[in-house]
Design a protein around this ligand. Structure first.
Ligand code: CO
Length: 255
């Protein structure tokens, strides 16, 4: 398709829109109040508007290779802050897709150049889920699962940002969703992550010590003030947990 064709398509689109709704463009020019933030892959087969049935003004969009939420990415962080704090989006969708080239590249035993530094963030997902990942023998299935695990970890990464942590202290924090798009079928699937997202609040909400003190308060000889910053060993956690059958592991919020 030539650039001429693209411009012709645009003119036809404007004419069609105006015919259906003469005020369409005037309304959009007044400003935007989208309800959704879409964080998806740059892959040309995953167009945000088309697969979600949303039109102009309805969805704020950020796309990069493999739909990543990287905490040093000022582009993503700026989009997120604007979407949450200024636009007040109600739902944030991290949308991965099966057949993602970025995810496949991260799992391949190869170097690709500069992009390896980006793919490292997906290799971190492999590290966190290494046991599950390596147990899947079929390569296709393994990559499909990695796409899902990557979405899960990127939703978690969203929850770790101070932007979302602060929003969670307000009366209407945005809901976070992890979805996977199947290019072959055209269908979006919700990974239903709602229950897992809050698990990290006490750590990334900078209240980890408060909960550590709760865990250790019954343990004689342990002084959380004096031991602040010291790494908590697994045996210490087990010792604290065994005192009370109801006691939750230290990495879960207790209230
Ligand atoms: Co992709």
């Amino acid at each position: 398709m030539s650039i001429k064709q693209i411009l012709d398509n645009n003119e036809k689109w404007v004419a069609d829109r105006k015919a259906a709704d003469p005020e369409f463009f005037n309304r959009l020019a007044d400003g935007q109040k989208p309800k959704y933030l879409f964080i998806g892959c740059s892959d040309s087969r995953v167009p945000a508007s088309a697969i979600t049935g949303t039109g102009p003004g309805e969805m704020f969009v950020h796309r990069n290779i493999a739909n990543m939420v990287v905490h040093t990415d000022f582009n993503m962080l700026s989009v997120l802050q604007y979407a949450v704090e200024v636009l007040g989006v109600e739902d944030i969708l991290v949308v991965g897709h099966y057949g993602c080239g970025g995810v496949a590249a991260a799992a391949a035993n190869k170097q690709y150049g500069l992009i390896d530094n980006w793919l490292t963030n997906i290799r971190d997902v492999i590290r966190v889920h290494e046991r599950e990942f390596l147990r899947i023998k079929n390569e296709d299935e393994r990559l499909r699962r990695l796409v899902e695990l990557n979405v899960i970890e990127q939703v978690r990464n969203l929850a770790k940002t101070n932007i979302i942590q602060n929003a969670r202290k307000t009366s209407k924090p945005p809901r976070l969703h992890g979805l996977v798009y199947d290019i072959k079928e055209g269908l979006l699937r919700d990974l239903q992550l709602n229950d897992e997202i809050g698990d990290l609040d006490h750590i990334y909400g900078t209240e980890a010590m408060k909960y550590a003190e709760e865990v250790f308060e019954e343990q004689p000889g342990f002084n959380p003030q004096a031991d602040k910053g010291k790494r908590v060993s697994e045996s210490e956690v087990m010792a604290a947990g065994s005192k009370d059958k109801e006691h939750k592991p230290h990495l879960q919020k207790t209230s």
